[in-house]
Design a binder for this molecule. Structure first.
Ligand code: C5P
Length: 225
């Protein structure tokens, strides 16, 4: 009998895009399909973890055995993850959080007034959810193993390593593009303090299972089972 790789772990996964409202009927989002994060949640559950998935607006079925909370905006997502991360031992931040949100959300639908004038949108920066959660866990001396993702259009290794340090997380996973959004397969670059390694092109579920194994062997405390 071999114990499952993540037995006894409380795994929190974020997935999908965020949706930043402009007015009651409009908003800004991005092209994240949520597939990678959902595959990770499924793989973590298969590996014996208790898994909670916090999902932005996506049309994907919840993996069997996984708890799911739907959120919309980055601020929504931050609040939900902030609470859930208090009881987590692993946080995998696969969500594509919008970098900015409209500074004001119009209470009523913004109307065309027929004059040809276009509205101007002002933006404010969204909080870095992952960096904040990692920092809070450190400040509270909680053992929370945080994993970030990066999608870059160039120089993935250098950007991923810099991002890992900037966000204060032990493992950063780069999407080896181009165009992984919405696809069923992907390839991943794993960057940690030791250096980098590649998980070659495979289905997102196969990659998720390999990533779970890579995370499991990096965890500081062996599983309690
Ligand atoms: O800085 P960048 O968006 O490239 O970083 C990507 C990583 O950081 C992902 O793990 C993503 O989930 C997380 N992130 C976040 N909050 C943001 C932006 C990104 O948690 N506002």
């Amino acid at each position: 009998f071999t114990p499952k790789l993540l037995a006894g772990q409380q795994v929190l996964v974020s997935a999908g895009p965020t949706f930043e409202a402009i007015d009651p009927v409009r908003g800004l989002t991005n092209l994240s399909s949520g597939k990678m994060g959902f595959a990770i949640a499924r793989a973590a559950h298969e590996a014996g973890a208790h898994v909670t998935l916090v999902a932005g607006p996506v049309s994907l079925p919840t993996p069997r055995g996984v708890g799911r909370i739907n959120v919309k905006s980055a601020l929504n997502m931050q609040k939900t993850l902030g609470v859930l991360s208090q009881n987590a031992t692993v946080f995998i931040s696969a969500a594509a959080v919008a970098d900015w949100r409209p500074a004001d959300i119009a209470v009523q639908k913004i109307k065309k007034d027929g004059s040809g004038q276009v509205p101007t949108l002002g933006f404010v920066e969204n909080p870095d959810i992952l960096a904040g959660i990692a920092q809070t866990a450190r400040a509270q001396s909680r053992a929370l193993y945080c994993v970030g993702f990066a999608a870059e259009s160039e120089d993935l290794l250098a950007h991923a390593q810099a991002k890992r340090v900037r966000k204060g997380v032990p493992l950063l996973v780069g999407n080896i593009g181009p165009d992984t959004f919405g696809q069923d397969d992907n390839a991943l670059l794993l960057v940690d303090e030791q250096g980098s390694s590649e998980l070659p092109r495979a289905s997102k579920l196969q990659l998720a299972r390999q990533l779970v194994a890579e995370i499991a062997r990096r965890l500081p405390n062996p599983s309690p089972l």
